[in-house]
Design a protein around this ligand. Sequence first.
Ligand SMILES: Nc1ncnc2c1ncn2[C@@H]1O[C@H](COP(=O)(O)OP(=O)(O)OP(=O)(O)O)[C@@H](O)[C@H]1O
Ligand SMILES: [Mg+2]
Length: 283
Amino acid sequence: MKKKINQVKILLDALPYIKRYSDEIFVIKYGGSAQTTPELKEKFARDIVLMYLVGIKPVVVHGGGRAIGDMLDRLQIGSHFIDGLRVTDEKVMEVVEMVLSGSINKEITDLLNEHGAPALGVSGKDASMLKAKPIDMQKYGYVGDITKVDPKVINNLIAEKFIPVIAPIATGQISGHPGFNVNADIAAGHIASSLKARKIIFMTDTPGVLNHEKEIIHTLNEEQINLLKTQGTIAGGMIPKVNACLHAVNGGVMKAHIIDGRIEHALLLEVFTSEGVGTVIKL
Ligand SMILES: Nc1ncnc2c1ncn2[C@@H]1O[C@H](COP(=O)(O)OP(=O)(O)OP(=O)(O)O)[C@@H](O)[C@H]1O
Ligand SMILES: [Mg+2]
């Protein structure tokens, strides 16, 4: 009986959050490093479906760095990184598209559908939703910087009660162009601000942004982030993530969260409890 009362209490505690967030758009960046086991993927899908069923409008943007690396190895296509970016020639771009738009996008879409929410997978090439320009063609090849997001198609999908699942690939806008490999964090940040999302949540493989002593920092603003970047405390894959958080909050998103996707149900803990988990970034 006591257990049952506790279960009801949990539901009641979530009530204010359900009311607050009903009808709001949440962009969730599902990092490759949080997609490690089938169990975690299942739990992620159930969390998204629960959010959806209580009236939140989730939009999923996914990464897939590791899966791209694995496929390049299997196909024996060499590739390397400069400044944390995968140098992307035409052959590598073909694999990036195959893995992101093909395998990962469809896997996530399928999982969400199986768990009872109508998800629809697209890439930034669909309806020319994401436009980009090369960062430096000589140096990085087809790695793109987003120049424009057209949120129309995503808004239409949301209005039709779909959960859009977006692969971070941008159109090259020229016939025969392979398109651009864009960082998924940056894509998520741009998508969130163009949709005027209430929140953006990054699910990754660390408890949040860590300080020099490897302790979690619970809240951050732009000034503090810039300091941590110059000190080299924020490095590697965390750099595009915090930049995307800043882009989102400067573009009207109320809060950006970086949470540990390896923790079961991290999303629900963040959204429906007062403590939250991870790092929150706001203006
Ligand atoms: N100050 C910091 N706090 C936490 N993590 C940091 C920090 N600086 C650098 N990192 C690194 O950033 C990594 C997270 O970014 P990463 O790009 O690896 O994951 P992801 O974006 O979730 O996955 P993917 O890029 O495949 O979509 C952490 O695992 C950690 O190694
Ligand atoms: Mg990353």
